[in-house]
Design a protein around this ligand. Structure first.
Ligand code: MRU
Length: 344
Protein backbone atom coordinates (compact mmCIF):
# COMPACT_ATOMS: atom_id res chain seq x y z
CA UNK A 1 0.00 0.00 0.00
CA UNK A 2 1.29 3.50 -0.77
CA UNK A 3 1.99 5.50 2.42
CA UNK A 4 -0.77 7.96 3.29
CA UNK A 5 1.37 10.32 5.37
CA UNK A 6 5.10 10.16 6.02
CA UNK A 7 8.01 12.26 7.19
CA UNK A 8 10.27 12.48 4.16
CA UNK A 9 13.40 14.59 3.67
CA UNK A 10 12.34 17.24 6.17
CA UNK A 11 8.81 17.53 4.77
CA UNK A 12 5.44 15.94 5.48
CA UNK A 13 4.66 13.91 2.38
CA UNK A 14 0.92 13.40 1.87
CA UNK A 15 -0.82 11.23 -0.69
CA UNK A 16 -3.36 13.59 -2.27
CA UNK A 17 -6.53 11.54 -1.85
CA UNK A 18 -8.68 14.18 -3.56
CA UNK A 19 -7.14 13.00 -6.84
CA UNK A 20 -7.72 9.28 -6.33
CA UNK A 21 -8.42 7.02 -8.11
CA UNK A 22 -7.43 8.95 -11.27
CA UNK A 23 -3.97 9.98 -10.06
CA UNK A 24 -1.58 8.75 -7.39
CA UNK A 25 0.14 12.02 -6.50
CA UNK A 26 2.03 13.16 -3.43
CA UNK A 27 2.31 16.64 -1.97
CA UNK A 28 5.41 17.57 0.01
CA UNK A 29 4.22 19.96 2.72
CA UNK A 30 7.20 22.14 3.65
CA UNK A 31 5.38 24.30 6.20
CA UNK A 32 2.65 23.61 8.76
CA UNK A 33 0.18 25.87 6.95
CA UNK A 34 0.22 23.51 3.95
CA UNK A 35 -0.40 20.56 6.29
CA UNK A 36 -3.45 22.47 7.57
CA UNK A 37 -4.71 23.02 4.02
CA UNK A 38 -4.16 19.32 3.25
CA UNK A 39 -6.37 18.36 6.21
CA UNK A 40 -9.09 20.92 5.41
CA UNK A 41 -9.22 20.08 1.71
CA UNK A 42 -9.27 16.29 2.34
CA UNK A 43 -5.96 15.61 0.60
CA UNK A 44 -5.44 13.62 3.77
CA UNK A 45 -8.60 12.37 5.46
CA UNK A 46 -9.84 9.67 7.81
CA UNK A 47 -9.62 10.19 11.55
CA UNK A 48 -6.30 8.43 12.32
CA UNK A 49 -4.57 9.83 9.22
CA UNK A 50 -5.68 13.35 10.16
CA UNK A 51 -4.16 12.84 13.63
CA UNK A 52 -0.86 11.63 12.16
CA UNK A 53 -0.73 14.54 9.70
CA UNK A 54 -1.39 17.02 12.53
CA UNK A 55 1.33 15.49 14.73
CA UNK A 56 3.76 15.76 11.83
CA UNK A 57 2.51 19.29 11.13
CA UNK A 58 3.36 20.32 14.70
CA UNK A 59 6.83 18.77 14.36
CA UNK A 60 7.31 20.44 10.97
CA UNK A 61 6.22 23.85 12.23
CA UNK A 62 8.48 23.52 15.26
CA UNK A 63 11.54 23.09 13.03
CA UNK A 64 11.10 26.63 11.68
CA UNK A 65 10.62 28.33 15.05
CA UNK A 66 13.53 30.70 15.68
CA UNK A 67 13.08 31.15 19.45
CA UNK A 68 16.03 30.13 21.61
CA UNK A 69 14.28 30.31 25.04
CA UNK A 70 11.85 27.50 25.92
CA UNK A 71 8.92 29.78 26.86
CA UNK A 72 9.03 31.59 23.51
CA UNK A 73 9.51 28.28 21.69
CA UNK A 74 6.50 26.76 23.47
CA UNK A 75 4.35 29.79 22.66
CA UNK A 76 5.20 29.48 18.96
CA UNK A 77 4.55 25.72 18.89
CA UNK A 78 1.22 26.19 20.66
CA UNK A 79 0.17 28.70 17.99
CA UNK A 80 0.98 26.09 15.33
CA UNK A 81 -1.03 23.53 17.31
CA UNK A 82 -4.00 25.93 17.52
CA UNK A 83 -3.90 26.52 13.76
CA UNK A 84 -3.92 22.78 13.03
CA UNK A 85 -6.65 22.11 15.62
CA UNK A 86 -8.95 24.54 13.78
CA UNK A 87 -8.93 22.54 10.54
CA UNK A 88 -11.69 19.95 11.17
CA UNK A 89 -13.90 19.59 14.26
CA UNK A 90 -15.27 16.04 14.39
CA UNK A 91 -12.46 13.47 14.35
CA UNK A 92 -11.06 13.41 17.88
CA UNK A 93 -7.78 11.89 16.68
CA UNK A 94 -6.79 15.38 15.51
CA UNK A 95 -7.04 16.81 19.04
CA UNK A 96 -5.63 13.65 20.62
CA UNK A 97 -2.49 13.83 18.44
CA UNK A 98 -2.01 17.58 18.98
CA UNK A 99 -2.38 17.16 22.77
CA UNK A 100 0.15 14.36 22.67
CA UNK A 101 2.66 16.58 20.86
CA UNK A 102 2.07 19.37 23.40
CA UNK A 103 2.60 16.98 26.31
CA UNK A 104 5.83 15.73 24.73
CA UNK A 105 7.00 19.33 24.32
CA UNK A 106 6.29 19.98 28.01
CA UNK A 107 8.22 16.88 29.06
CA UNK A 108 11.24 18.02 27.03
CA UNK A 109 11.47 21.54 28.44
CA UNK A 110 14.81 21.00 30.18
CA UNK A 111 16.51 20.05 26.90
CA UNK A 112 18.18 22.32 24.34
CA UNK A 113 15.85 23.58 21.59
CA UNK A 114 17.62 21.65 18.76
CA UNK A 115 17.16 18.40 20.72
CA UNK A 116 13.49 19.21 21.36
CA UNK A 117 12.95 19.83 17.65
CA UNK A 118 14.44 16.46 16.82
CA UNK A 119 12.43 14.64 19.46
CA UNK A 120 9.17 16.15 18.22
CA UNK A 121 9.85 14.50 14.86
CA UNK A 122 10.47 11.21 16.68
CA UNK A 123 7.17 11.61 18.57
CA UNK A 124 5.21 12.28 15.38
CA UNK A 125 6.77 9.21 13.80
CA UNK A 126 5.72 7.20 16.89
CA UNK A 127 2.11 8.36 16.38
CA UNK A 128 2.29 6.89 12.86
CA UNK A 129 4.02 3.64 13.87
CA UNK A 130 1.68 3.03 16.80
CA UNK A 131 -1.35 3.62 14.59
CA UNK A 132 -0.29 0.83 12.22
CA UNK A 133 0.37 -1.49 15.18
CA UNK A 134 -3.11 -0.73 16.63
CA UNK A 135 -4.72 -1.44 13.27
CA UNK A 136 -3.00 -4.81 13.05
CA UNK A 137 -4.13 -5.68 16.59
CA UNK A 138 -7.69 -4.66 15.67
CA UNK A 139 -7.42 -6.92 12.65
CA UNK A 140 -6.43 -9.86 14.84
CA UNK A 141 -9.37 -9.35 17.21
CA UNK A 142 -11.90 -8.29 14.61
CA UNK A 143 -11.33 -10.95 11.96
CA UNK A 144 -13.17 -13.39 14.26
CA UNK A 145 -16.48 -11.63 13.54
CA UNK A 146 -16.17 -12.44 9.82
CA UNK A 147 -17.06 -15.96 8.78
CA UNK A 148 -15.68 -17.80 5.76
CA UNK A 149 -17.73 -16.98 2.67
CA UNK A 150 -19.34 -13.88 4.17
CA UNK A 151 -20.03 -10.50 2.57
CA UNK A 152 -19.18 -7.41 4.59
CA UNK A 153 -20.81 -4.04 3.96
CA UNK A 154 -18.71 -0.98 4.74
CA UNK A 155 -19.33 2.75 4.47
CA UNK A 156 -16.87 5.53 3.58
CA UNK A 157 -13.19 4.58 3.69
CA UNK A 158 -11.80 3.21 6.92
CA UNK A 159 -8.84 1.62 5.22
CA UNK A 160 -5.10 2.04 4.90
CA UNK A 161 -5.84 5.38 3.25
CA UNK A 162 -7.67 6.66 6.35
CA UNK A 163 -4.87 5.65 8.71
CA UNK A 164 -1.11 5.25 8.90
CA UNK A 165 -1.57 1.94 7.08
CA UNK A 166 -3.57 -1.34 7.11
CA UNK A 167 -6.83 0.37 8.14
CA UNK A 168 -9.44 0.01 10.87
CA UNK A 169 -12.60 -1.52 9.34
CA UNK A 170 -10.63 -2.59 6.26
CA UNK A 171 -7.81 -3.78 8.54
CA UNK A 172 -10.31 -6.26 9.98
CA UNK A 173 -11.27 -7.26 6.43
CA UNK A 174 -7.58 -7.60 5.47
CA UNK A 175 -6.91 -9.84 8.48
CA UNK A 176 -9.85 -12.09 7.58
CA UNK A 177 -8.65 -12.24 3.96
CA UNK A 178 -5.07 -12.99 5.06
CA UNK A 179 -6.45 -15.79 7.27
CA UNK A 180 -7.72 -17.42 4.07
CA UNK A 181 -11.42 -16.57 4.40
CA UNK A 182 -13.20 -16.23 1.07
CA UNK A 183 -14.95 -12.94 1.60
CA UNK A 184 -16.35 -10.04 -0.38
CA UNK A 185 -16.79 -6.40 0.52
CA UNK A 186 -19.76 -4.33 -0.54
CA UNK A 187 -18.67 -0.69 -0.55
CA UNK A 188 -21.23 2.11 -0.26
CA UNK A 189 -20.20 4.86 -2.66
CA UNK A 190 -20.62 7.38 0.21
CA UNK A 191 -22.11 10.55 -1.16
CA UNK A 192 -21.21 13.36 -1.40
CA UNK A 193 -17.38 13.01 -1.38
CA UNK A 194 -17.43 9.41 -2.65
CA UNK A 195 -14.81 7.96 -0.30
CA UNK A 196 -16.36 4.51 -0.87
CA UNK A 197 -16.27 4.65 -4.67
CA UNK A 198 -13.01 6.52 -5.09
CA UNK A 199 -11.00 5.14 -2.16
CA UNK A 200 -12.40 1.91 -0.67
CA UNK A 201 -13.02 0.27 -4.04
CA UNK A 202 -9.57 1.37 -5.25
CA UNK A 203 -7.77 0.28 -2.10
CA UNK A 204 -9.35 -3.18 -2.02
CA UNK A 205 -8.76 -3.71 -5.74
CA UNK A 206 -5.06 -2.87 -5.20
CA UNK A 207 -4.92 -5.77 -2.71
CA UNK A 208 -7.01 -8.14 -4.82
CA UNK A 209 -9.78 -8.34 -2.20
CA UNK A 210 -13.16 -8.82 -3.94
CA UNK A 211 -15.28 -5.66 -3.77
CA UNK A 212 -18.64 -4.67 -5.20
CA UNK A 213 -19.53 -0.99 -5.36
CA UNK A 214 -23.11 0.14 -4.68
CA UNK A 215 -24.78 3.52 -4.35
CA UNK A 216 -25.79 4.33 -0.77
CA UNK A 217 -29.49 3.73 -1.42
CA UNK A 218 -28.91 0.08 -2.47
CA UNK A 219 -27.80 -1.23 0.93
CA UNK A 220 -31.34 -2.00 2.16
CA UNK A 221 -32.16 -4.08 -0.90
CA UNK A 222 -29.00 -6.18 -0.52
CA UNK A 223 -29.70 -6.72 3.16
CA UNK A 224 -33.32 -7.75 2.51
CA UNK A 225 -32.05 -10.30 -0.03
CA UNK A 226 -29.74 -11.87 2.56
CA UNK A 227 -26.64 -10.76 0.67
CA UNK A 228 -24.92 -8.97 3.58
CA UNK A 229 -23.84 -10.95 6.67
CA UNK A 230 -22.01 -8.27 8.65
CA UNK A 231 -21.43 -4.49 8.57
CA UNK A 232 -18.10 -3.00 9.68
CA UNK A 233 -17.37 0.72 9.65
CA UNK A 234 -14.76 3.05 11.13
CA UNK A 235 -15.28 5.99 13.48
CA UNK A 236 -14.29 9.62 13.88
CA UNK A 237 -15.19 9.87 17.55
CA UNK A 238 -16.66 7.41 20.04
CA UNK A 239 -18.08 8.85 23.25
CA UNK A 240 -18.05 7.29 26.74
CA UNK A 241 -21.52 5.76 26.31
CA UNK A 242 -20.54 4.03 23.05
CA UNK A 243 -22.20 6.43 20.58
CA UNK A 244 -20.23 6.70 17.32
CA UNK A 245 -19.70 9.64 14.98
CA UNK A 246 -18.72 8.47 11.52
CA UNK A 247 -19.21 9.52 7.91
CA UNK A 248 -22.69 10.78 7.05
CA UNK A 249 -24.86 7.80 6.13
CA UNK A 250 -23.39 5.46 8.74
CA UNK A 251 -26.49 5.91 10.91
CA UNK A 252 -28.74 4.84 8.02
CA UNK A 253 -26.64 1.69 7.53
CA UNK A 254 -26.90 0.90 11.26
CA UNK A 255 -30.69 1.32 11.22
CA UNK A 256 -30.96 -0.95 8.18
CA UNK A 257 -28.66 -3.55 9.73
CA UNK A 258 -30.74 -3.50 12.93
CA UNK A 259 -33.97 -3.93 10.94
CA UNK A 260 -32.52 -6.96 9.18
CA UNK A 261 -30.85 -8.54 12.23
CA UNK A 262 -27.37 -8.05 10.74
CA UNK A 263 -24.49 -7.45 13.18
CA UNK A 264 -23.08 -3.92 12.99
CA UNK A 265 -19.48 -3.43 14.18
CA UNK A 266 -17.33 -0.32 14.54
CA UNK A 267 -13.54 -0.67 14.34
CA UNK A 268 -11.49 2.11 15.93
CA UNK A 269 -8.26 2.57 17.87
CA UNK A 270 -8.18 4.09 21.37
CA UNK A 271 -7.08 7.42 19.79
CA UNK A 272 -10.66 7.69 18.43
CA UNK A 273 -12.31 7.09 21.80
CA UNK A 274 -13.22 10.29 23.65
CA UNK A 275 -14.05 9.29 27.21
CA UNK A 276 -14.26 12.96 28.21
CA UNK A 277 -17.45 13.31 26.19
CA UNK A 278 -20.45 11.55 27.75
CA UNK A 279 -22.62 11.04 24.66
CA UNK A 280 -22.81 11.52 20.91
CA UNK A 281 -25.14 14.52 20.96
CA UNK A 282 -22.19 16.60 22.20
CA UNK A 283 -19.96 15.80 19.20
CA UNK A 284 -19.35 18.81 16.93
CA UNK A 285 -20.45 17.86 13.44
CA UNK A 286 -18.55 19.44 10.57
CA UNK A 287 -20.66 21.23 7.97
CA UNK A 288 -18.95 21.33 4.59
CA UNK A 289 -19.16 23.31 1.38
CA UNK A 290 -22.56 23.05 -0.40
CA UNK A 291 -20.68 22.48 -3.65
CA UNK A 292 -19.88 18.95 -2.47
CA UNK A 293 -23.62 18.26 -2.79
CA UNK A 294 -24.49 20.37 -5.84
CA UNK A 295 -21.51 19.32 -7.94
CA UNK A 296 -19.84 16.01 -8.73
CA UNK A 297 -16.21 16.22 -7.66
CA UNK A 298 -16.38 20.03 -7.80
CA UNK A 299 -16.96 19.96 -11.55
CA UNK A 300 -20.34 19.02 -13.00
CA UNK A 301 -23.39 20.68 -11.46
CA UNK A 302 -26.32 18.38 -10.64
CA UNK A 303 -28.65 20.91 -8.98
CA UNK A 304 -30.31 24.21 -9.87
CA UNK A 305 -28.20 27.30 -9.21
CA UNK A 306 -28.87 28.80 -5.77
CA UNK A 307 -30.50 25.62 -4.39
CA UNK A 308 -30.38 25.48 -0.59
CA UNK A 309 -28.14 22.67 0.67
CA UNK A 310 -27.53 20.81 3.92
CA UNK A 311 -24.13 19.11 4.06
CA UNK A 312 -23.17 17.60 7.42
CA UNK A 313 -20.03 15.48 6.95
CA UNK A 314 -20.82 13.09 9.82
CA UNK A 315 -23.70 11.57 11.74
CA UNK A 316 -23.99 9.84 15.09
CA UNK A 317 -25.00 6.21 15.44
CA UNK A 318 -26.44 5.52 18.89
CA UNK A 319 -24.82 2.80 20.97
CA UNK A 320 -28.03 0.70 20.95
CA UNK A 321 -27.57 -0.03 17.24
CA UNK A 322 -23.97 -1.22 17.61
CA UNK A 323 -23.19 -4.90 18.15
CA UNK A 324 -19.58 -4.38 19.16
CA UNK A 325 -16.66 -1.98 19.03
CA UNK A 326 -13.44 -3.53 17.76
CA UNK A 327 -10.40 -1.89 19.36
CA UNK A 328 -6.73 -2.82 19.62
CA UNK A 329 -7.53 -4.10 23.12
CA UNK A 330 -10.37 -6.40 22.13
CA UNK A 331 -14.03 -6.31 21.06
CA UNK A 332 -16.40 -4.67 23.52
CA UNK A 333 -20.09 -3.95 23.79
CA UNK A 334 -20.67 -0.17 23.58
CA UNK A 335 -21.98 -0.22 27.17
CA UNK A 336 -18.74 -1.75 28.51
CA UNK A 337 -16.33 0.23 26.32
CA UNK A 338 -15.46 3.00 28.80
CA UNK A 339 -14.79 0.61 31.64
CA UNK A 340 -12.69 -1.75 29.50
CA UNK A 341 -10.63 1.03 27.94
CA UNK A 342 -9.88 2.57 31.35
CA UNK A 343 -8.89 -0.81 32.81
CA UNK A 344 -6.56 -2.12 30.11
O1 MRU B 1 -14.40 13.13 5.86
P1 MRU B 1 -13.46 11.97 6.01
O2 MRU B 1 -13.16 11.28 4.72
O3 MRU B 1 -12.23 12.34 6.80
O4 MRU B 1 -14.29 10.95 6.90
C1 MRU B 1 -13.72 9.71 7.23
C2 MRU B 1 -14.62 8.78 7.91
O5 MRU B 1 -15.72 9.13 8.31
C3 MRU B 1 -14.09 7.43 8.20
O6 MRU B 1 -15.09 6.48 8.07
C4 MRU B 1 -13.54 7.46 9.62
O7 MRU B 1 -12.59 8.49 9.78
C5 MRU B 1 -12.93 6.23 10.03
S1 MRU B 1 -11.35 6.11 9.33
C6 MRU B 1 -10.45 4.89 9.96
Amino acid sequence: MVPTVEWKDGAVRILDQSRLPDKVEFVDCRDYETVGIAIKELWVRGAPAIGIAAAMGVALGAQAVKAVEFDAFRKAVWAIADYLAATRPTAVNLFWAIDRMKRRLEALQAEPIPAIKQKLIVEAQAVLDEDIAMNKAMGRHGSTVIGDGQTILTHCNAGALATGGYGTALGVVRAAWDAGKKIRVVADETRPVLQGARLTAWELMQDGIPVTLITDNMAGTLMSQGRIQVCIVGADRITANGDVANKIGTYSVAVLAHAHGIPFYVAAPSSTIDLSMPSGDKIPIEQRDPREVTHVRGRESIAPDGCEVFNPAFDVTPARLITGIITEKGIFKPSELAEKMRLR
